[in-house]
Design a protein around this ligand. Structure first.
Ligand SMILES: *Cc1c(COP(=O)(O)O)cnc(C)c1O
Length: 377
């Protein structure tokens, strides 16, 4: 039997930058400056430069980035925050962690992203913020709600955990994920497109006031040691992660282009095999640069297909099998099955196929051949 095809292969990626990373990590080890310090500041400066934004404030994880962003907005009990039911859990739990109430707005069937029409419909006088998630690597149509939200003083906090290096057209220019709303939250979990070798995260902002607030909140609310203006949390980035991220940031454009090329190849292969009636492919919304953090198709008989592929050594994943509004921990919010039909349908049909920069054409051919055998044989 041929080699198994993984969903994601960090080993192949590491092999390409091993020397650079070892050198960077060695430097940190001999410096013995392990938490914050010059490496972390260097990464923040370079990340802000890449995003073309005023400020980038590092922290310990993507989850903390979301919590810090909402803390910086002074979110409190009784406030409502609108977000998508079709995302990773942390998108919603950061809201309840601050005692606020998540309000879920349904998603679009093709982009899988939150629908700006449903966002507008979900706004109430208690709405304080919206968290659009740029799911699987492409940006939401933020322009469709930006003015509406701004007029009502509702903050936009972008969840960019899956969308580092994504951008969207605005007028004659582009806006990078994380620089459109008041705050943009990133995760550098190892499997994200820009991944550390441990937990790490970042909050980007164009506002010095908000960035300063986040920078203080991540060190116990203490802008200067041992004097606390307010109560924050401990969410610092460690220098080893920062050093690794600085190396990997230099390659992220190449790796993003390789992912885009792999996505284009999947499209051609599915068309060649006559599978477009069985498999609906992920769509790149007009104006977007999709970074294909995941390559997610929609198929009937999804669970059967996944098992069929697994028997042939082809890995696939289901993101996400249960919508957030139906999670047991959120039952107190009172959502019933059927409340958000598009998201619920997606949970039954989505399948993430192998996707990473080093994925070979031959592997992609085997993935598509396996799917052809399932639907057409
Ligand atoms: C990964 C992820 C997070 C959380 O990031 P961590 O670094 O794992 O805490 C939040 N939102 C989304 C959409 C994610 O994919």
């Amino acid at each position: 039997m041929s080699e198994p095809i993984p969903s994601f292969d960090l080993k192949r990626n590491y092999a390409r930058v091993e020397e650079e990373i070892e050198e960077a990590v060695d430097k940190v080890l001999s410096s013995t400056q392990f938490i914050m310090g010059p490496e972390v500041q260097g990464f923040e400066r370079e990340a802000a430069g890449y995003l073309e934004t005023e400020r980038a404030v590092s922290c310990a994880s993507g989850t903390d980035a979301l919590i810090l962003a909402l803390m910086a907005l002074d979110l409190k009990a009784g406030d409502e925050v609108i977000t998508t039911p079709f995302s990773f859990f942390a998108t919603a739990s950061c809201i309840t962690r601050l005692g606020a109430k998540p309000v879920f707005a349904d998603v679009e069937p093709k982009s899988y992203n939150i629908s700006m029409d449903s966002v507008r419909d979900a706004v109430t006088p208690r709405t304080r913020a919206v968290i659009p998630v740029h799911l699987f690597g492409q940006m939401c149509k933020l322009e469709e709600a930006a003015d509406f939200l701004a007029e009502r003083n509702i903050a936009m906090v972008e969840d960019c955990a899956q969308a580092f290096a994504a951008h969207r057209r605005r007028g004659s220019g582009i806006v990078r994920a994380g620089t459109w709303g008041e705050l943009g939250c990133f995760s550098f979990f190892p499997t994200k497109n820009l991944g550390a070798f441990g937990d790490a995260g970042m909050v980007a902002s164009q506002s010095d006031t908000l960035a300063d607030r986040v920078a203080s909140l991540r060190v116990h609310g203490s802008p200067s040691s041992y004097f606390h203006g307010e109560v924050g949390i401990n969410s610092r980035m460690d220098a080893i992660q920062a050093a690794i991220l600085r190396v990997r940031l230099r390659h992220v454009e190449t790796w993003t282009e390789e992912r885009r090329e792999a996505a284009r190849r999947y499209g051609l292969l599915f068309a060649e095999r006559g599978l477009l009636g069985h498999v609906s492919l992920p769509e790149e919304t007009a104006g977007n640069r999709h970074t294909y953090h995941q390559y997610v198709v929609r198929v009937p008989r999804r669970d059967e297909l996944q098992k069929f592929l697994a028997e042939r050594g082809i890995a696939s994943r289901v993101y996400y099998p249960l919508a957030l509004h139906l999670q047991p921990c959120f039952s107190y919010l009172g959502y019933e099955k059927g409340a958000l039909p598009v998201a619920e349908k997606l949970t039954e049909e989505v399948l993430a196929l192998p996707m990473f920069p080093e994925l070979t054409t031959e592997e992609q051919e085997r993935v598509v051949a396996g799917i052809a055998e399932f639907f057409l044989a």
